[in-house]
Every structure is written in C-alpha cells, then in structure tokens.
Design a protein around this ligand. Structure first.
Ligand SMILES: *[C@@H]1O[C@H](CO)[C@@H](O)[C@H](O)[C@H]1NC(C)=O
Ligand SMILES: *[C@@H]1O[C@H](CO)[C@@H](O)[C@H](O)[C@H]1NC(C)=O
Ligand SMILES: *[C@@H]1O[C@H](CO)[C@@H](O)[C@H](O)[C@H]1NC(C)=O
Ligand SMILES: *[C@@H]1O[C@H](CO)[C@@H](O)[C@H](O)[C@H]1NC(C)=O
Ligand SMILES: *[C@@H]1O[C@H](CO)[C@@H](O)[C@H](O)[C@H]1NC(C)=O
Ligand SMILES: *[C@@H]1O[C@H](CO)[C@@H](O)[C@H](O)[C@H]1NC(C)=O
Ligand SMILES: *[C@@H]1O[C@H](CO)[C@@H](O)[C@H](O)[C@H]1NC(C)=O
Ligand SMILES: *[C@@H]1O[C@H](CO)[C@@H](O)[C@H](O)[C@H]1NC(C)=O
Length: 538
C-alpha cells in the first residue's frame, strides 16, 4: 500500500517558492533554472536564497531570507558580500555593493544545484572561481543535522597559466541576527589557535519570537580556520569593505559601538590572503551559522509549557563548540555530502534527468524546514528518548507539523532514514492521544504559531484526508524502519481514526475534500478487514 506514494513525491515536493523557467538564450548547457537558488538552508530561521536570472548575472544582488517575495513582510535581505582582489584589481563574487562602480563583478558562467550544494562557476580576470554553498544533509548524524550552519567555500585556478596574487573577502551584516531591524545588536570577535570567529546577537531578544518570519533569538556566527593569512574586522559595511579594497587585508579590529541593523550597517568580515598562486590546494572555507536554543515551545499532554532544545546539545555544551567542530570537520563533511549527492542523483536519474533536478532542489527545502529537538529530562539530563522533530509550513503559514506538508516530504525522510518518521509524527500523536484533544479525526497541525506548538483543537473540513494521511505515515514509518513503537504506544488513537474512516469515508456528506478522499479511501479501507497495524499492537 505504501508503494503508490513514491511517484507522488515529484509532484508534491515542489514547494510554492519555486517555479521553473528554461533558458532561452545564453549558456546553452544550462538547462535547469529554478527561480530561486538555495544558499544557506538548514532550519526555518537559517534559510538564505538568491533569485536566479536568465542571463546568469546571478550574483549582483543581495541574498535574501526565504520570504523574499513578500516585501510587505519587511526587508528580506540577508547581506552576504563577497570580494576578491586579483593582482590589485577588485572583483565582486557575491552581493550588490556597487561602491560607485569602482570594481566589476565576476562573470558567472554556470551554476549547478545538487541536493546539498549550490555551485557557481565564475571568471574574474585571469582567474576561474568556484563558490560553493554547502548545506549538509546528515541522515545518520542528527547531532550535525541539528546545527544550523552552512559552508561557503571557494576554489580558484589561474586560467592563463600565470601566477596571480589573490586575496579573498566575505562579510555578513546584522540583518542575519533579527527580523526587527530596529533592534540593537551586540557582537564580538574571538581569535583562538584554531579559529577566528564573529558572534552577534540581539541585545534584547524575544525568546521564541518572530518578526517578519525571521527569528530574533539566535546567535549569528561567521568563522574561518586560524592562520596568519586570515584577518578580521567588525564595523560598518563600507569601513570593512573599503579597508579590504585598499589593503587586501582587514585591520584585526573590533567596532564596539553597538547599534541597530540600519545604523551604519554593522558588518562582520573575514578575509584571507592566498599569496601568489596558480590554484588553491584546498578550498577557502567560511562557516556561517544561526543557532537558537531553545528551539521550540511545546505543550506536553500534562499541559506543561516546555522549552525544547536543539538536538546537538546532547553532544555540545555550547553552540560555538558545535559550530567550530563543523568548521574543523569540513573535509569529511563535504566528502560525505558529495557521496550523498551522488547517491540521491543516481537514484533519481533512474526516473529522469528532470526528476533528479527537482529532487536536488527539494532536498534542502525539506531539511531546511525542520528542527530536531530534545527535552531536558526530569533528572536534569537531556532526554534522548524524547526526541521530537518540528516542521514549519514555510512559504505560506506558521503552522507547526502541517500534516499534508509532512506527507509530501515523507518519502524523502523514508528514503534517507526512515527513523526520522518517529520524531516527526510523535508530537502530533502525543497531543492527539491526550485528553485535551476532543475530535474524532486527526488535527491538521499543532497550531499556526511556529516556533510554539500548543496543539490545535479546532474543527476543520479535512478530517478524512488528515486522518488517512496520519495512518499512512505511521504505517509507512513502522514498515520501513521496522520500529513499531509509535503504533504500539498510540494504538488506541490510531484504531479510533481507522474506525472514523470506516464510518465516514463512503458518506458523500463527510468531512473532506473530494479529490483527496478518492485517493485515500481505497488505501485505508482494507485495513478494517486485515489491519496491518495489529502486528504492532502491545
Ligand atoms: C537513522 O538515524 C538513527 C538515529 O540517529 C541512527 O541510529 C541510524 O543509524 C540512522 N540510519 C541510517 C540509515 O542513517
Ligand atoms: C569548478 O567546477 C568545475 C565543474 O566541477 C570544474 O570543471 C572546474 O575545474 C572548477 N574550477 C575551480 C576553480 O575549481
Ligand atoms: C561574545 O558574544 C557571544 C554572543 O553574545 C557571547 O556568548 C560571548 O560570551 C561573548 N564573548 C566574549 C568574550 O565577550
Ligand atoms: C583537508 O584537506 C586538505 C587537502 O584537501 C588538507 O590540506 C587539510 O589539511 C585538511 N584539513 C583537515 C582539518 O584535515
Ligand atoms: C523522557 O521522555 C520519555 C518520553 O516522553 C518519558 O517517558 C520519560 O519519563 C522521560 N525521562 C525523564 C528522565 O524525564
Ligand atoms: C534542566 O532541568 C534541571 C532540573 O530538572 C534544571 O536544573 C536545569 O537548569 C535544566 N536545564 C536547562 C538547560 O533547562
Ligand atoms: C487550528 O486549525 C484550524 C483548522 O486547520 C485552522 O483553521 C486554525 O487557524 C488553527 N487555529 C489557529 C489558532 O491557528
Ligand atoms: C463509528 O460508528 C459506530 C457505529 O455508529 C459508533 O459506535 C462509533 O462511535 C463511530 N466511531 C467513530 C470514531 O466515529
């Protein structure tokens, strides 16, 4: 019964954000043109994108938070500015800092999208540059998966056979810290023997708050591996960039005039001098992260308000340790990401090249919509047996664990690690098995209030499909993972739902959307006679 889901994966996974256009003119080999390209996409609040354009002038624009299409929601920009100096000539590799036309932009020749990476190939004078945005997907390492970070890395190679002097630069602005652009931001820079990093937070964060869909309770990090050739600076955007343009290096200085996002835009910059080279022997790597703890406010069946924590706390005592480990693990992580990319693409190519493109684009959307969390146990330790995943209905609402959206993403979780199904379904099943939940059919979500999940008791008109969908997902998880614990724990609820479907599915006046009912009723009804769930009954 589960197999029929798979072909629907393609149709269902393409989220609202993305429509596809095909290249008309240049770059003949470029066949895949998503309207928006993922840059750093790892959690509902660390989700940075770039609009794609048909003429490959991609990178002369500011990168944006996912809600770029809703200017009414506020300023969507997440400034990420990249510069490179080649033999004293300045080029821009990302961003839209015009500076009176005092430099030119590198020419993008091609981009590609894999499940974990977006890669831009470009030419800057006599140098070929590849910039890769890598947002790892870690199906078997939930600690790493729950650290909201991405790598931005750069490879360069001389294209005229000559040695060239190369200095590279990147900065991020305080826009990444909070959606409330008037908030005062505070920041600092730390230099250790292994890393140089900037940290920035809102001076008065609203814990578990949102403004224009961005959070304002996270810590922004920008980090590089320590080396005498790496320099840092905090200051206004023009101070940092101007310093680099003139000197090819930063001042190693900190601006301590803490202020709001729009007041002389506080910017956090790291640069590296590569010397006179023919090519880089290893990529130049920046790590960018936006880490929140607590992650989610959840109401337990007892009615207690619980703050839940990112899963990585089970390994790291502070978020910066997690981020610096990510920096130190770049080699292994990027190799793991490439293997995963190859596996996913090979499998998807068995359907078609277009399907491989769509899956590549959808993979980070799925994993960028979730937070993996644990609770603090009654013994004061992290309670790993209380792992829960929350998914935000990104793009339309703030719904928490929206059942039909989870269903669309579910094949990807089952394919990568079917164990994800349990923590994803657990919050919905736990809430609806409690006495607080009055309805005979399944809820559509846990409320429209991400990152708060209080549960939703409202009657709604999709009783049949949400109920069928919950049963299908619960069964698919048990069947693919062999783990029947959800079914055994929530058997009574699931059985009640099956009974509800038996009572209502064939009733034309029943509570549902007709099209979905046509799909789901035949799937569910046989379970009355020969319930596949019984096997897992306690
Ligand atoms: C799935 O995740 C679980 C929990 O992290 C892990 O123990 C298991 O090895 C993973 N399985 C796969 C196939 O990655
Ligand atoms: C960029 O990537 C392309 C495609 O993988 C490769 O052919 C090229 O050599 C790379 N360029 C650099 C500068 O690493
Ligand atoms: C730097 O800022 C971070 C984030 O506010 C803070 O956790 C850390 O303690 C600060 N470090 C120093 C040395 O002030
Ligand atoms: C990562 O690999 C590069 C070569 O590609 C090597 O120079 C570097 O030392 C490695 N880094 C670590 C931390 O192992
Ligand atoms: C851990 O979570 C499980 C599942 O919610 C719960 O039954 C158990 O009591 C918790 N343990 C502690 C020590 O809090
Ligand atoms: C976890 O709970 C213990 C007591 O149960 C408390 O002392 C501790 O502060 C809590 N830790 C966090 C991070 O909430
Ligand atoms: C609860 O769910 C209903 C039906 O899905 C929805 O219309 C309503 O907006 C939700 N309640 C709130 C307060 O978000
Ligand atoms: C299903 O119908 C039977 C018979 O009318 C009724 O007893 C039962 O409560 C109904 N169950 C649900 C979940 O609607």
């Amino acid at each position: 019964m589960f197999i029929w889901l798979i072909p629907h994966f393609l149709l269902l996974l393409v989220l609202v954000l993305t429509c596809l256009v095909r290249s008309q003119d240049n770059a003949a080999e470029q066949t895949f043109w998503p309207s928006t390209l993922p840059l750093t996409v790892r959690s509902p609040y660390f989700s940075c994108w770039m609009m794609s354009t048909a003429n490959l002038q991609l990178l002369e624009q500011w990168s944006r938070f996912w809600n770029y299409a809703s200017p009414s929601k506020g300023d969507p920009f997440l400034t990420l500015q990249g510069l490179v100096i080649i033999d004293d000539k300045v080029y821009q590799w990302l961003g839209d800092w015009n500076n009176g036309g005092s430099f030119s932009a590198a020419t993008v020749t091609r981009f590609s999208v894999t499940p974990t990476r977006t890669i831009f190939e470009m030419q800057a004078g006599p140098i070929g540059i590849n910039i890769t945005f890598l947002s790892p997907i870690e199906p078997s390492d939930w600690v790493s998966q729950s650290i909201p970070y991405s790598y931005v890395y750069m490879d360069v190679v001389s294209t005229d056979g000559q040695y060239h002097d190369v200095q590279v630069y990147a900065d991020v602005s305080a826009e990444w810290v909070t959606g409330s652009r008037g908030d005062t931001i505070i920041w600092n820079t730390t230099v250790t023997s292994s890393a140089i990093y900037h940290a920035a937070v809102a001076a008065n964060p609203t814990i578990l708050g949102e403004t224009a869909e961005q959070a304002n309770d996270g810590t922004l990090y920008l980090a590089m591996t320590s080396s005498p050739s790496v320099t840092y600076q905090t200051g206004s955007d023009s101070a940092c960039r101007g310093q680099f343009m003139v000197h090819g290096a930063l001042e190693n200085s900190q601006d301590t005039d803490f202020r709001s996002v729009y007041t002389n835009q506080p910017s956090f910059a790291l640069a590296a001098s590569l010397g006179s080279i023919l090519s880089t022997s290893a990529p130049v790597v920046w790590v960018l992260a936006y880490v929140r703890d607590p992650t989610i406010g959840y109401v337990t069946p007892d009615g207690d308000s619980q703050q839940r924590h990112p899963y990585f706390v089970t390994k790291y005592t502070s978020s910066i340790d997690a981020v610096l480990d990510a920096l130190a693990n770049f080699n292994e992580t990027s190799q793991r990401a490439q293997s995963l990319d190859n596996k996913i693409i090979q499998d998807a190519l068995k359907i078609s090249p277009q399907y491989a493109d769509l899956v590549s684009l959808a993979a980070r959307q799925v994993f960028g919509a979730i937070d993996i969390t644990v609770s603090n146990g009654s013994d004061g330790r992290w309670n790993m047996s209380d792992t829960m995943m929350f998914m935000k209905d990104i793009g339309s609402t703030r719904r928490v664990n929206p059942v039909e959206v989870m269903y669309q993403a579910f094949p990807m979780f089952l394919y990568l690690n079917s164990s994800f199904g349990k923590p994803l379904l657990a919050p919905l099943l736990e809430y609806q098995s409690s006495l607080k939940f009055p309805l005979p059919y399944a809820a559509a979500d846990l409320e429209n209030t991400y990152p708060h999940a209080p549960g939703n008791n409202s009657q709604h008109s999709q009783g049949i499909e949400q109920t069928g969908t919950m049963l299908i997902m619960t069964y698919a998880h048990a069947r693919m993972s062999g783990d029947g614990s959800l079914i055994s724990e929530y058997y009574d609820t699931l059985r009640g739902w099956a009974e509800y479907l038996c009572n209502t599915t064939l009733n034309p006046m029943a509570n549902s959307l007709p099209t979905n009912r046509a799909f789901q009723a035949p799937v569910i009804l046989p379970s009355k006679e020969s319930s596949p769930f019984k096997r897992w009954r306690k």
